[in-house]
Design a protein around this ligand. Structure first.
Ligand code: PMP
Length: 355
């Protein structure tokens, strides 16, 4: 029987976002959100927003927001492209920088799983480069892929492992003949951003988000930093899809958030401290924990599969993530929570291990 759906709508394998539970109270450590609220200046901008303006479309040029981002990143406003979360920017990047049925996009086997979804959705061949045994990425192997462009999540998810800027720059230079996309969603915790390099390298696109470091996952804003010609390519694709992806409230709140870097320096330090505590405490309990530079840890226990741990924690009111698959199935990705949430997590782990 005819089902009215296109082939792609029928056959695509969508990204599975982490649960957003309604009702039951969980300690929510499953989607790498920031456990702390947005900065006071961001909250103030929201409260003081003149909602009577909402009859008008927002500016697609987002001048104040782009100027604030540009100043924070040390580039020009013409190097900034804003979108409805970095997921939207990554999707537009697939359209803007990769041809359908062309040479394709190369990325790691264990990385942000949305890349594979976008590749299939936009009909871009995917070159999957396996991470090393220890889950590090050998950039030479990525460079060896005969792809139209390369994508690296730095720091990587779900592993939490970061690549220093000193290794990223020669990689970008070596691949000057094709686009290099660096997904820096978790860079606030690593401080090795390549964003400034866009002034030097015409092939570089750095994608960032307000969802993690800025504690604004609920408002949906991300941005790309790139050479003007690449920004223009993203704008052309945006304007074939949705001219106004960043609403007026979002522009005001995110602009204000950037002005509160002292607040975010404090919350980032708290998260880094708690990450070290969780790494130590999990290691003490017999887990293998990959060396994270992010706001989450990727951990496995020798006596328990990742799914079993996920279920046992779920039963105790704690949400984490387990990614099925040969290399990731044994692990759980656990977002760093507040000190009290992490106490709850550790108590639940102790309870599981004693049974
Ligand atoms: N990149 C990576 C590596 C992520 O983990 C996420 C969050 N799931 C994103 C991008 C997307 O973040 P957002 O759309 O909230 O900006």
């Amino acid at each position: 029987m005819k089902d009215f759906l296109s082939r792609i709508a029928r056959e695509c394998v969508p990204y599975q976002a982490g649960e957003q539970p309604l009702g039951k109270k969980f300690i929510k450590l499953n989607t790498n959100e920031n456990p702390y609220p947005p900065a006071p200046k961001a909250l103030e901008a929201y409260k003081n927003f003149d909602f009577s303006q909402l009859n008008r479309y927002p500016s697609f040029e987002a001048p104040a927001l782009r100027a604030a981002i540009a100043a924070a990143e040390g580039v020009d406003a013409s190097n900034i492209f804003c979108g409805n979360g970095s997921d939207e920017i990554l999707a537009l990047a697939f359209r803007a920088f990769f041809d359908e049925d062309g040479q394709g996009a190369a990325f790691a086997d264990v990385t942000y799983s949305f890349y594979k979804v976008y590749a299939a959705f936009f009909n871009v061949p995917a070159h999957i480069v396996p991470l090393e045994e220890d889950f590090t990425l050998d950039l030479k192997k990525l460079t060896a892929a005969s792809a139209q462009g390369l994508i690296v999540a730095n720091p990587n998810a779900p592993t939490g492992i970061g690549i220093p800027l000193a290794e990223i720059e020669p990689f970008v230079a070596e691949n000057s003949g094709r686009v290099v996309i660096l997904d820096e969603a978790y860079m606030p915790y690593f401080k090795q951003s390549a964003a400034r390099l866009v002034k030097k390298y015409k092939n570089l696109v750095v994608v960032k988000t307000f969802s993690k470091g800025y504690s604004l996952a609920g408002i949906r804003c991300g941005y790309a930093v790139a050479d003007e010609a690449l920004v223009e390519g993203l704008e052309r694709c945006r304007d074939c899809f949705n001219s106004y992806p960043v609403d007026r409230v979002c522009q005001a709140v995110c602009t204000a958030a950037i002005a509160d870097d002292a607040y975010y320096a404090r919350t980032e330090a708290l998260v880094r401290g708690e990450r070290e505590r969780l790494t130590e405490e999990f290691t003490r309990r017999g887990f293998t924990v990959l060396p994270s530079v992010t706001n989450f840890i990727f951990a496995k226990h020798p006596a328990m599969g990742g799914e079993a741990l996920y279920k046992a924690l779920y039963a105790r009111g704690i949400l984490v993530r387990n990614f099925k698959g040969p290399r990731t199935g044994d692990f759980c990705r656990i977002t760093v929570g507040t000190h009290e949430e992490n106490d709850g997590l550790l108590a639940a782990v102790d309870d599981i291990l004693k049974n």
